[in-house]
Ligand binder design. Structure first.
Ligand SMILES: Cc1ncc(COP(=O)(O)O)c(C=O)c1O
Length: 397
């Protein structure tokens, strides 16, 4: 048989999806697994949004829309970016796509050439390096530190810049660490991007889930770099709409034109029904967004106290999103039944097998020695999971 694509061999499968599937399989076998591995809010989609989708179906709004997204939605997204993110954009700067993931991939396809380098701070969202490889560019990893809250500065980036640097991908609030880049840091990055001529893809999908009275700051609001920043966001996390598949980018018109051309040949418009729902999500009442945010903040505080009581686990306080990225370095080297935990994958397997709690090892995010815990689950599941983890740790020798 003739050979298959070699490019696919260079790509990893998403470990988060793999672990979530394994947890489902174990549950089907009758094991009482609590999965804290998925990155999606546990709340239902707000009622007004669901009703808007039902209306769209009943009104036969079920055909192709404009490839770039229906004009009212592009307009509403542009208004949202101006109002909430202090950006200076109009509908012509907006491309609506099939989820935030699609928006980021469209952005990379629109700007990258083979051999370009794209800087990605680690711990990173699992898909960033794989998407960069898929556009024949090279991911260049900047390792950030737990003691710096997984943040970094423009100075940390300088040694990684070369004549091939095309872009930097940032993600604040971050999946997997929940860390939030400060306005000062983002201004430093913006200065460097302008001086050294690279693009910034800013993944702001968690922009609405930010805690402790902090405000989200968008690097795309800095006038000096607005043409070199591509802001990606969407409705998946803020409105608990992961299944609806609506994301969007804001970028200069040339990038939007190019990304739109690619989208027109690959997927065409995002679902018309989901677009109608996203329009309601963005323009309608925002009270559910605030309720969910407060609930995530409450769960963070509840879990943080309990996790810190487990011997061998240390933790930087997340400022947003709905993940903890605790260090489990204190557990590595310990053993159970003669089996030594050698790395974070072993620790995650131990928790799955001994505590029946599914978590994602840090290796999936480019940082061994850590695990990712999603707290987008009910308080009952969360407290039960931490109790089981604590009991499993106490059995390690
Ligand atoms: C950092 C980050 N960016 C983008 C996405 C993708 O969002 P969507 O479901 O809208 O494609 C996710 C989803 O997990 C994410 O965690």
């Amino acid at each position: 048989m003739t050979s298959l694509s070699k490019k696919v061999d260079t790509i990893e499968e998403s470990q988060t999806i793999a672990i979530t599937s394994l947890a489902k399989k174990l549950r089907a076998e009758g094991k009482k697994v609590i999965s804290l591995s998925a990155g999606e809010p546990d709340f239902p989609t707000p009622e007004n949004v669901k009703q808007a989708a039902i209306r769209a179906i009943n009104d036969n709004f079920t055909k192709y829309t404009q490839n770039e997204g229906m004009p009212e939605l592009r307009e509403a997204v542009a208004e949202k970016f101006c109002r909430d993110n202090s950006m200076n954009v109009t509908a012509s700067n907006i491309l609506v796509s099939n989820g935030g993931k699609h928006s980021i991939f469209n952005a990379l396809q629109a700007i990258c050439n083979p051999g370009d380098e794209v800087i990605i701070p680690a711990p990173y969202w699992v898909s960033f390096p794989e998407m960069v490889k898929l556009v024949d560019a090279t991911p260049v990893i900047l390792h950030t530190k737990e003691e710096h809250g997984f943040s970094f500065t423009a100075d940390d980036l300088k040694p990684l810049l070369t004549s091939k640097t095309k872009a930097l991908i940032i993600n604040s609030p971050s999946n997997p660490t929940g860390s939030v880049l400060s306005e000062e840091t983002l201004r430093g990055i913006a200065n460097l991007a302008a001086q050294r001529d690279f693009y910034v893809i800013s993944d702001e999908i968690y922009e609405k889930i930010i805690f402790d009275g902090n405000r989200h700051f968008s690097i795309g609001s800095i006038p000096e770099v607005q043409d070199r920043v591509i802001t990606a966001s969407g409705v998946s996390k803020a409105y608990s709409m992961t299944g609806w598949r609506i994301g969007f980018m804001a970028a200069n018109e040339e990038i939007v034109r190019r990304a739109s051309k690619i989208q027109s040949q690959l997927t065409s418009n995002a679902s018309s029904i989901s677009q109608a729902a996203a329009l309601e999500a963005i323009k309608g009442s925002q009270s559910d967004v605030e309720k969910m945010r407060l609930s995530f903040q409450h769960r963070r505080d509840l879990m943080m106290n309990r996790l810190l009581k487990i011997d061998g686990i240390t933790l930087a306080k997340p400022g947003g999103a709905f993940y903890f990225f605790p260090s489990v370095k204190g557990l590595i080297g310990k053993s159970h039944d003669g089996r030594v935990l050698e790395n974070s994958s072993d620790v995650a397997s131990y928790f799955l097998m001994e505590a029946q709690v599914a978590l994602v090892p840090g290796t999936a995010f480019g940082s061994d020695g850590y695990i990712r815990i999603s707290y987008a689950y009910s308080e009952r599941e969360l407290t039960e999971a931490v109790d089981r983890m604590a009991a499993a740790v106490s059995r390690l020798g």
